[in-house]
Design a protein around this ligand. Sequence first.
Ligand SMILES: CC(C)(COP(=O)(O)OP(=O)(O)OC[C@H]1O[C@@H](n2cnc3c(N)ncnc32)[C@H](O)[C@@H]1OP(=O)(O)O)[C@@H](O)C(=O)NCCC(=O)NCCS
Length: 204
Amino acid sequence: MKFEITAPVVTDRLVLRPLEAGDAQALHAYQSLPETARYHFWEPRSLDEIRTKLADWVEMNHLEGEGTLAFAIERREEPGLIGDASLRVTSVEALQGTIGFSLHPACKGRGFATEAAGALLRMGFEDLHLHRIFACCDARNTGSWKVMGRLGMRREAHFREHARFKGGWDEEFYYAILEDEWRNNVCEDGLGARGRLQETGSAR
Ligand SMILES: CC(C)(COP(=O)(O)OP(=O)(O)OC[C@H]1O[C@@H](n2cnc3c(N)ncnc32)[C@H](O)[C@@H]1OP(=O)(O)O)[C@@H](O)C(=O)NCCC(=O)NCCS
């Protein structure tokens, strides 16, 4: 599987582009916050840590087999990084992939994560021809699993205390959607049918 991001991905309100070396400060603005790190396995990141990681992330703009595509999220109307997202091909043989997303807290609550993740589902199914895309999050990370539910992803698993997490046990949800489910559900805007609804009761 070979793929290269040759142009930014543009949605109604967002631009998803490869990360750049100059993004360190903007990433630090939210990755240094306890509320961003709360449900991640990592702790709030220093600027030096981000600069070190960014050296790898800027290379994640193409695939040659399994690997990750990493994106900065910007608003179309107002340039500047407001979050990051990723699409990782976990198995070329079984055409499996996973998505992830994070926003600066000041930009939450407007559907930006749902819109960005919807664009990654479209890329995964239409450009990479994946068969199934999954996403996982801490069970207490309501904002995260609500994004997955809005996109039409199904909750497939609730792993109870299957890993150590920040001095205790984790509780993890797995969500997934198959390519044909996405195609049957998909709207012109690239979101699953439920992506347009404010109500996510069926995902609870
Ligand atoms: C996970 C995370 C990205 C979710 O952010 P979010 O703002 O809740 O998600 P969205 O940007 O899709 O916004 C959805 C909210 O905006 C509302 N909204 C407002 N306008 C909207 C629009 N035009 N379209 C869709 N939703 C809209 C929705 O109703 C929803 O609100 P609700 O949660 O009260 O129902 C965010 O909490 C985050 O960055 N957390 C820290 C990092 C993290 O945990 N990442 C996930 C790791 S697995």
